[in-house]
Design a protein around this ligand. Structure first.
Ligand SMILES: [Zn+2]
Length: 337
């Protein structure tokens, strides 16, 4: 049965952009004036012609310059190598260039590392009750379950590390696994949408590892799991790009943000798979356990469960994608097994 919430959940898929933290150096207004006048004003390579006192050379300025001996020129240039002369000539300004270069490099490193990490900076906003617009939704059926009913697809404004929209076609990951656990056998197929740059074998291995875990639905011999790639099966676990999720769960209202279950198919939203949700604070590994167990839990016939109380472990069938509601994140149906 579809469980809908009055609150819509608009999740921005956008990843947080790293704020550039370029430090604008307040470079020493009072830097010690260690140098002579050459430090405050670049030296003129050649002294000006002595025109102010009327002793202008009859040959003109050009000729006057030619009369300068190398020794005289050197008096206007600090001693030492080029660097020393440059430093002496430009004083603290000479230090600004390497300092800015280092700061720029550090800033670029920071931006690069931030963009490489999962960003918990997805902003969720919920519309005020005063502006809640009626959302036309199909009558509830027993065939689909979603986590939210946002009316619009979130706008992505920054580059993201996952494909927003794949081809819309699903490919079954070939191969089968051993039987994990004991109890009645549940066979499942793993599918990955074409064109989302995800290695199907890796995704299948992650799903297998989750369902094979003794804290999953097979805890205590409740049931066993086996991945297959055809023949009889009980459910599918499908990884789908965010913009195509809704097409696999028509009418559920995922908004491209949540995952969903439709019929026999547990549809995992690639955006959530890669970045989790803000309340998970970057704990993508736990979120992946959660989202597989949650959607497969629907496929096995389980409905939603609320947070039992502040500080308690969130039930795996709680809609943790929307909010932990004061509970602690948890990816397992039987976390203590
Ligand atoms: Zn659900």
């Amino acid at each position: 049965m579809v469980t809908r919430q009055d609150r819509a959940d608009h999740g921005g898929n956008g990843r947080g952009s790293a704020g550039a933290k370029a430090a604008a150096g307040s470079h020493s207004r009072h830097a010690p004036e260690r140098q002579d006048d050459h430090s405050r004003r670049p030296p003129e390579p050649f002294p000006r012609p002595l025109s102010s006192n009327g002793l202008r050379s009859p040959d003109g300025p050009l000729a006057a310059r030619q009369h300068l001996s190398p020794a005289r020129l050197n008096r206007h240039l600090p001693r030492g190598g080029r660097v020393a002369r440059f430093t002496a000539a430009y004083g603290w300004r000479a230090l600004v260039i390497p300092v800015l270069a280092v700061l720029t490099f550090v800033t670029l490193l920071d931006v690069a590392s931030t963009e490489a990490a999962p960003a918990p900076a997805v902003v969720e906003t919920r519309p005020s009750p005063l502006v809640t617009a009626p959302v036309e939704t199909p009558p509830p059926t027993a065939t689909a379950e979603g986590e939210a009913a946002p009316s619009t697809v979130p706008t992505v404004v920054v580059p993201v590390p996952f494909v927003e929209q794949g081809s819309g076609d699903l490919s079954v990951v070939p191969g089968s696994s051993q039987v994990y656990g004991t109890g009645p056998l549940q066979r499942f197929i793993v599918e990955v949408e074409d064109g989302i740059n995800v290695d199907g074998a890796n995704f299948a291995a992650a799903v297998e590892a989750t369902l094979a875990d003794p804290r999953s639905w097979g805890a205590g011999g409740e049931m066993s799991f086996q991945r297959v790639d055809g023949g009889d099966y009980d459910f599918r676990v499908s990884l789908v790009s965010p913009r195509n999720v809704e097409s696999f769960c028509p009418g559920v209202g995922t908004g491209g943000y949540t995952s969903c279950r439709y019929g026999e198919r547990a549809v995992i939203n690639l955006a959530r798979w890669e970045t989790a949700v803000p309340e998970y604070e970057g704990d993508v590994a736990t979120y992946r356990n959660y989202v597989v167990n949650h959607e497969v839990g629907h496929a096995l016939g389980n409905g939603h469960v609320p947070c039992p109380g502040p500080g308690e472990l969130a039930p795996v069938m709680q809609q943790q994608t929307l909010s932990l509601d004061g509970c602690a994140r948890n990816g397992w149906p039987f976390p203590n097994d």
